[in-house]
Design a protein around this ligand. Structure first.
Ligand code: ADP
Length: 438
């Protein structure tokens, strides 16, 4: 009751004060009232709590502001979005350089290597996974945060948006540039003197396996004059953008290589890419889930300095007509393909190679001039090719002529010739003696 009584007293006292314009403690009653209030243990405890709370929140705010000021003054951060080229370079660099003990959460990046004999070796690259990592670079500690945004998507790739944030002390900001340079150099060194093969991955191009050693042009032996014709044509085309531009012609050139399997079509394109120091983007038109839109997007966004290769171009549509009910997955239409080929307009030159084993199955619309500007037949080995191939393996002109005599008039693919010479490696006489086994 006493408690209630004193509370009513306080409220009425407060009411009194609020009624007064300028509350003062000049009268003895008021002074008594004030001391009453302050001496009340409950009331003063309440005030105390409020004051402590306010002080704490002020302190908290102060420290937050303080920390952010300190952070701003002392720390520097670098943000690399997943869209940026440096993103993969940095991850690869980190997987090589940050000692594994410093990074506990890893993600795997698998790369495939296909050898010439067809065997495949797989390499697992361990890169820092999403989360926070610490590592030391040139004796400077750094914090790396790899964050994945669950909601945001990179619209060009369809993959989740990611950012890497690197934080270090302000005074060490110069080290970022060195680090990025190092990462870039490391990535480019891997590709130096090599040909990168890209395949489509959803709507984007991704390197397929490790970059391959460049294939030398003279390692692919085509019939007389063909190599020169194609190489000269491509070289004349490259760097001639002004001519096309002035005439309003799309800056692209199409090539068709046709002929039986094993005549060196793919090998030649690989060697040509090596000669031009270009990479190759391979697209299989029979690929599952390929639609006209995706095809269009892929053809319009080919990585720079790349040859676009559409292999076995006849297969996509013949399969479609044969096996509509058999789960054939590709959704592209013939007109979609034509549109994509025609629509490829870009400031960069576009070199497109089509290959087929069955030129007779191709719709004439697909290979009319403008879409295909140069057609070359790569057939079974001619005398010229047989002799040249023999001499590449064995340095014996007389035996080479004998070998040509023995194989004349037979349909032998250059691929099987190569197999024969590899089998009789260092045994030219036996290679000639056993020519009938081809
Ligand atoms: P295609 O694409 O015409 O089917 P490939 O280029 O895949 O033929 O050749 C298959 C194999 O045969 C490759 O290992 C390649 O080195 C060899 N080969 C085929 N033709 C030639 C050629 N004209 N010169 C050198 N090697 C060849």
């Amino acid at each position: 009751m006493a408690l209630l009584g004193s509370l009513t007293q306080q409220t009425s006292a407060m009411k009194d004060t609020s009624l007064n314009d300028t509350p003062s403690l000049d009268t003895p009653e008021k002074q008594g009232l004030f001391s009453n209030v302050t001496s009340n243990p409950l009331f003063s405890a309440g005030f105390g709590l409020i004051a402590v709370g306010a002080a704490l929140s002020l302190f908290k705010k102060g420290t937050t502001i303080g920390t952010s000021v300190l952070r701003r003054k002392l720390l520097v951060t670098l943000e690399i979005p997943s869209k940026d080229k440096s993103y993969l370079w940095f991850l690869q660099w980190m997987s090589h350089n940050a000692p594994k003990r410093q990074v506990n959460h890893l993600a795997v990046e698998t790369s495939f290597k296909q050898h010439d004999n067809g065997s495949v070796s797989t390499k697992f690259g361990l890169v820092p996974g999403p989360g926070t990592h610490y590592f030391k670079y040139r004796n400077i500690w750094m914090q790396v945060q790899r964050q994945r945004d669950g909601k945001m998507m990179d619209l060009t790739t369809g993959s989740p948006w990611e950012t890497i944030t690197i934080t270090t002390l302000s005074r060490d900001r110069e080290v970022f540039k060195q680090l990025l340079h190092e990462a870039q150099e490391m990535a480019l060194k891997k590709q130096e003197g090599k040909t990168v093969l890209y395949t489509s991955y959803g709507p984007e191009w991704r390197p397929f396996g490790m970059p391959r050693k460049r294939r030398l042009l003279d390692s692919v032996i085509l019939d007389k004059g063909i190599t020169d014709r194609i190489v000269n044509d491509v070289k004349a085309f490259i760097g001639n953008g002004k001519w096309y531009n002035e005439r309003g012609i799309p800056y692209r050139r199409g090539y068709l290589l046709y002929g039986p399997p094993g005549s060196g079509k793919s090998s030649f394109i690989q060697a040509l890419a090596g000669e031009l120091e270009y990479n190759i983007c391979i697209l299989n038109l029979s690929e599952r889930g390929l639609t006209d839109d995706r095809l269009n997007h892929l053809l319009s966004n080919v990585p720079e300095r790349s040859i676009m290769l559409l292999e076995d171009i006849d297969a996509a549509f013949t399969k479609r007509s044969q096996s509509d009910n058999q789960g054939y997955q590709s959704m592209i239409t013939f007109s979609g393909l034509l549109n994509s080929l025609d629509g490829v307009a870009s400031a960069e030159e576009r070199i497109i190679f089509l290959t087929t084993n069955h030129v007779e199955k191709l719709d004439p619309a697909l290979i009319r001039p403008g879409r295909v500007d140069l057609k070359e037949y790569l057939g079974n080995a001619t005398d010229y090719q047989i002799k040249k191939m023999f001499l590449r393996f064995y340095d014996d002109e007389a035996l080479a002529d004998k070998f040509v005599e023995k194989t004349r008039g037979r349909d032998i693919s250059t691929a099987s010739l190569q197999g024969h010479f590899v089998y009789y490696k260092d045994k030219p006489q036996e290679a000639v003696d056993q020519a009938d086994s081809l």
